[in-house]
Design a protein around this ligand. Sequence first.
Ligand SMILES: N[C@@H](CCC(=O)N[C@@H](CS)C(=O)NCC(=O)O)C(=O)O
Length: 235
Amino acid sequence: MERRLEPILLYGHPLGSSLGLTVALEWLKQPYRLCRVAMPDDMRTDRFARLNHKRETPVLLKADGTLLSESMAIALHLESRDSERRISFARCDAADRLHERMAFLTTSFFASFSPLWKAFEMKPDPPVQEALQAYGREGVAKRHRQLEAMLGDSPFMLGDKPTLADALFIGIARWADFHKAVDPGEFPRIRGVRDRLEATPAFVHALAIEEGRPAPASEHFRGHVEIESITIPAG
Ligand SMILES: N[C@@H](CCC(=O)N[C@@H](CS)C(=O)NCC(=O)O)C(=O)O
């Protein structure tokens, strides 16, 4: 199998949750490449199905040339490379708390937006769309209330430094604005964490890349790879 120098994150745009993992790669301070995937068109190809048969982003082509899908699994892979504990914790109790928060964000919090995406993407059918929107807003508000209650007074999700939980959060949180799902004023702790994260150079960099704008310089980002030039591992 081909050996690579750095992993490649296949990220979806526009508004992909993958943005959080680009932010995590920046915070990890290890070299990485990116591959841009237009959603949904690029995911409809046979080639993409060989990269992820679920036809979803994110996907990570790891440094050993093997593939990994699912945000939680990719985040845990980054944790396994985080020997300097930049975005994770060594102590077992802190790591447990981090994993609990990551799991909430990648399941309950992520999924609460699904009805809103369905209503947005479906063929026009106003009564069904309105029902989906009402159900979606209720779910998003419920998960926001739960997250607001989990957050203490610390500046980030779990203390004084951003971690993998913050990275996963910031890729998804902006969907609330896009769908006008909640009143941000109702959730001051969430708003505060978002404001701090969105001011970080890693987020500014990742957002510029996602939006196809010139990104501020990064020591760790080694450029884009075209999807056609990726060597797909056998099996
Ligand atoms: N469980 C997956 C969900 C991934 C997912 O749904 N990704 C979205 C983009 S944020 C996607 O690829 N959607 C395309 C589709 O569902 O057709 C994960 O956590 O990575």
